[in-house]
Design a protein around this ligand. Structure first.
Ligand SMILES: [Zn+2]
Length: 172
């Protein structure tokens, strides 16, 4: 599993928009834990596929005026969400158990895409675009792409990495 297809995503978004009760959640359902690779968000109870795990609130900023931090989330083509905790501590995985969707005009939602057992870390696919600043991925999934980039950007990312390797060779 590596995130949802566009069609399934659109369907899930539609369900989310229609069903207000769907948005109910409690903060105590998740907790932030510090692990070997920094902070992560863990489930305290079980979540079923399609269930809202957390609503992520924060500051909504115009993409035209703001470059974004490493935590920033893209709400749509125009707006970023600079998330508060615990949202900011959600880690990337190439084999995620949740998906990030727009929930309201000022918040994003993390939706379970498979059964999430209590204690497991909640992750989603960041789907970053390729760039020379993109870090290596340490998610440990068997299908790990190697960098924290979307599947669409992987080829481009490999090119970036090749160029950088050549550059560093030239310096030596
Ligand atoms: Zn990975």
């Amino acid at each position: 599993m590596s995130g949802l297809s566009k069609k399934r995503r659109a369907k899930l978004q539609q369900k989310l928009d229609e069903d207000y009760g769907y948005r109910q959640y409690a903060d105590r359902d998740v907790e932030v834990r510090e692990g070997a690779c920094g902070h992560g968000v863990h489930a305290v109870r079980q979540f079923l596929p399609g269930e809202l795990v957390i609503e992520i609130c924060g500051q909504v900023l115009s993409q035209k005026k703001y470059d974004g931090s490493t935590y920033v989330m893209e709400m749509d083509d125009e707006w970023y969400l600079e998330p508060t905790i615990p949202g900011a501590y959600l880690n990337h995985s190439c084999n995620p158990n949740a998906e990030l969707l727009k929930l309201t005009d000022s918040s994003m939602g993390i939706i379970a895409i498979c059964n999430i057992e209590p204690g497991s870390e909640i992750t989603f696919d960041y789907q970053w675009t390729a760039g020379d600043w993109v870090p290596r991925c340490q998610c440990g999934a068997p299908n790990c792409r190697g960098w924290v980039v979307g599947a669409d950007s992987l080829e481009e990312m490999k090119e970036f990495a090749k160029e950088q390797k050549q550059k560093s060779k030239r310096k030596k």
